[in-house]
Design a protein around this ligand. Structure first.
Ligand SMILES: *Cc1c(COP(=O)(O)O)cnc(C)c1O
Length: 380
């Protein structure tokens, strides 16, 4: 297949170093379950999953069964845990793919039981407790009924209880998150009392894993920080205040392209659609073969800088569907074919996903997950 002119380089060393860092944080007994949904936060589902499998991962968290089929086809044998929706109609497929999954309704438990019938195997279920995020899950009373119901099913094993924080990384005030943790621990104790003394619990995302040892419990579901990014500036501040700032995260993704053309635009001319930039002096413009189709957000228009020959060059005019223009007047010697860094390190400088997110008015999570799947991911 012909090569695309924009690509991501994924550092396997960084992914593995991040997992080693989390293993150090959570200790040997806690399951380390990096989250590879959303194309591994844009890092490439199969590539990142294989890297994690070779590192310290015990389980991979995915969003739905479609990702499980891709990973199984790629030869991955690691336990897979589905945190998004599995429908009762998908029970047989779920059983065949050998995943554990999150459940919160009787229909799914019954369908899983039917799918496992006669196999002698059980499908592992994490019951989702609602603790205040009001997304997935059920209250404690409902969960109790589900546990009792499942105790009569031979194909289903409720192995754990789970929930998800609403407000850890968005603030340095963790009062609400602490209430969720307390409510979860009370729920876990109550459900253990239903004749399931071995019942496990998982609640922690990246921020909670970094900030609170008491939230690690039996498994941590680390997403963004497995890829070397902080969940937010607030989490970084909280980690610093609680003296847990020794956590070292290494961003694994670089996003690159090459210069397509260099030209001089006379003073007083316009650049791009809508004529949003007008030159004030003769300007060297480089055209890049990357645009919002690739995930280079239109918010980068007249705002972002990229790195060329180790120096910053600013985006001029609007980002187009497949192209963007940058001002290389101050970067000597730029030629067609020169490598351009959209995200990553170059020389002694860097463009971070966080910086790109600020230009686009969003968060680092959205920047890397929205790099188009058509952009190749290359392991380095
Ligand atoms: C995405 C997700 C995570 C990971 O969150 P991060 O903030 O990226 O670490 C954990 N648990 C669930 C249920 C999720 O959906």
């Amino acid at each position: 297949m012909a090569r695309r002119l924009t690509w991501c380089e994924i550092s396997l060393g960084a992914l593995q170093a991040n997992l080693a860092e989390f293993r150090r944080l959570v200790g040997p007994a806690c399951l380390l379950a990096p989250t590879v949904k959303a194309n591994a936060y844009g890092h490439g589902l199969v590539l990142a999953s294989k890297a994690f499998a070779e590192a310290e991962a015990d389980v991979l968290c995915i969003n739905d069964l479609w990702e499980a089929s891709i990973l199984r086809e790629a030869g991955l044998a690691l336990p897979l845990h589905v945190v998004g929706r599995v429908t009762p109609e998908q029970a047989t497929e779920a059983f065949g793919l050998g995943v554990s999954l999150v459940a919160y309704d009787r229909d799914l438990l019954d369908a899983l039981d039917a799918a496992a019938a006669g196999s002698g195997r059980r499908i592992g279920v994490h019951l989702k407790l609602e603790t205040g995020t009001n997304r997935q899950g059920v209250g404690l009373d409902e969960a109790r009924l589900l546990v009792r119901h499942a105790s009569g099913l031979r194909g289903v094993a409720v192995t754990a209880v789970t929930t998800h924080f609403a407000d850890v990384e968005d603030t340095t005030d963790h009062a609400y998150a602490r209430l969720q943790l307390a409510s979860f621990k009370a729920g876990l104790a109550a459900l253990r009392a239903e004749g399931l003394p071995e019942l496990k619990g998982d609640i922690a995302n990246s921020a909670a894993t970094i900030l609170w040892p008491e939230a690690h419990l039996d498994m941590v579901r680390v997403g963004i920080s497995a890829y070397g990014m902080w969940p937010s500036p607030e989490t970084f501040v909280s980690a610093t205040l609680t003296h847990r700032d020794r956590v070292i995260l290494r961003p694994a993704l670089s996003w690159k392209t090459v210069v397509a053309q260099v030209k001089t635009v006379r003073a007083g001319e316009y650049i791009g659609y809508g004529r949003t930039h007008r030159t004030t002096h003769d300007t060297r413009i480089a055209v890049l073969p990357v645009g919002y189709y690739d995930g280079y957000d239109r918010g980068m228009s007249n705002a972002a800088y990229v790195l060329v020959r180790g120096m910053r060059a600013q985006v001029r005019g609007r980002v187009c569907m497949n192209m963007a223009m940058i001002d290389v007047s101050d970067v000597p010697g730029v030629q067609a074919g020169d490598e351009v860094i959209l995200i990553g390190r170059g020389g002694d400088d860097a463009v971070t996903a966080e910086q790109v997110a600020a230009w686009a008015g969003t968060i680092n999570y959205e920047i890397t997950t929205r790099i188009a799947e058509s952009v190749p991911r290359i392991a380095v």
